[in-house]
Ligand binder design. Structure first.
Ligand SMILES: [Cu+2]
Length: 177
């Protein structure tokens, strides 16, 4: 973990993550083939966490990822936060009478052995009050909190808006022109 932190160029942006690590939280990271990170704690694996870059002046952002629950019991996602943003919530996008709406999701249960996708048009983490401007290539930390009290530190890669599928090579054929 320390090696991973020291290897990053923007070490200062990860001061909060470093502080959490020194508390002995059992999160671990592995670089995936695509360059995106994978975070794991007690059998819960979050992969391909990405956030599309937003225009200058925009303080909100969304995060998408896949979460697989191999922990041996059902997992409840109860809270999310990021040291880089003032507020964070789970949201779900839905169509109602032809209008796109977003609803807060207070708690999300992921049964043992199943996975859930946070993806455009559906579940996402909504971040508000960016403390700095992030551009494609940047990375910030997200903390997922589970009902058991377990927390998981997830590195989020900021990607170009058009690169939303960058988190998953399976979608390369679906890219828009
Ligand atoms: Cu939202």
């Amino acid at each position: 973990m320390d090696t991973w932190i020291l290897a990053r160029k923007r070490a200062s942006a990860f001061a909060a993550a470093l502080a959490l690590c020194s508390l002995g939280l059992a999160s671990s990271f592995a670089e995936e083939s695509q360059g995106h990170m994978q975070a794991e704690a007690v059998g819960i694996v979050v992969s391909n966490a990405v956030s599309p870059a937003v225009a200058p002046g925009i303080k909100t952002a969304a995060v998408y990822f896949t979460l697989a629950n191999n922990s041996g019991s059902d997992a409840d996602l109860v809270a999310v936060q990021s040291p880089a943003f003032a507020m964070a919530h789970f949201h779900k996008t839905a169509m109602a009478d032809g209008l796109m709406t977003m609803e807060p999701v207070a708690q999300l249960s992921i049964p043992q052995g199943e996975s859930v996708s946070f993806a455009p048009g559906s579940l996402h983490v909504m971040l508000m009050g960016a403390k700095k401007r992030f551009e494609a290539g940047d990375r910030f930390m997200l903390t997922l909190q589970f009902g058991t009290g377990t927390t998981l530190e997830v590195p989020v890669d900021v990607v170009k808006p058009g690169d939303m599928s960058g988190g998953s090579h399976d979608h390369s054929s679906m890219k828009m022109n």
